[in-house]
Design a protein around this ligand. Structure first.
Ligand SMILES: CC(C)(COP(=O)(O)OP(=O)(O)OC[C@H]1O[C@@H](n2cnc3c(N)ncnc32)[C@H](O)[C@@H]1OP(=O)(O)O)[C@@H](O)C(=O)NCCC(=O)NCCS
Length: 164
């Protein structure tokens, strides 16, 4: 990641750029499309990366399913900014956000499992996440021919011990 890249929480002024970066990939069926309204309503879950001129070049979001489980969603880096560590930076920021919120497990459904493996995720079975299947997969047009791979990362190995 360039020294001038800043990763920060998303602001209302970032909504249109987030939507345009994500929907650029949705048009190629690489990602699920998002709307301005959905992003605005969940802005507290989005992080963005900006360049030296302050332009938003990438985004990502935490989609929470329970107090301990969230999905890495809407992860996208502008095409001309690929390969310089920005995607890694966005994932690291989402993991930090998850830790602050006490979330111990992250997963993603992705066509780019190689990227997720490079940043510390392991391939797993999507049946581990029935909440995701119910919320998105069951109604998805591609549910019978889905090529997405499920990846996951545990953020905390420590478990709470019960002092009985
Ligand atoms: C996938 C994506 C987020 C990666 O972002 P990026 O900024 O180019 O990735 P980085 O430069 O941070 O790469 C981090 C590591 O992942 C690896 N990597 C990146 N893209 C990869 C890919 N498509 N396949 C395999 N490995 C990949 C890099 O080689 C690097 O590994 P290294 O540090 O060991 O050298 C970006 O290509 C993108 O926005 N793609 C289109 C949308 C998409 O597929 N989003 C994910 C949906 S869940």
């Amino acid at each position: 990641m360039m020294a001038t890249t800043v990763v920060r929480m998303a602001q209302p002024r970032d909504v249109a750029t987030i939507v345009s970066i994500v929907n650029g990939y949705a048009a190629d069926s690489v990602m699920l499309p998002i709307t301005m309204e959905r992003v605005a309503l969940s802005l507290d879950d989005f992080v963005v990366a900006t360049d030296a001129r302050g332009r938003v070049r990438a985004c990502g979001a935490l989609k929470e399913y329970s107090p301990s489980l969230a999905e890495v969603a809407s992860l996208a880096v502008a095409r001309d900014a690929h390969g310089s560590g920005i995607g890694r930076g966005i994932v690291a920021a989402l993991e930090e956000l998850a830790r602050v919120r006490g979330i111990g497990e992250l997963f993603a459904l992705t066509l780019t499992a190689g990227f997720f493996k490079a940043v510390g995720y392991v391939v797993t079975e999507r049946v581990r996440y029935p909440e995701k299947i119910r919320r998105d997969c069951s109604s998805c047009a591609r549910r019978f021919g889905c090529a997405e791979i499920c990846v996951a990362r545990m953020l905390r190995a420590d478990t709470l011990e019960c002092a009985a």
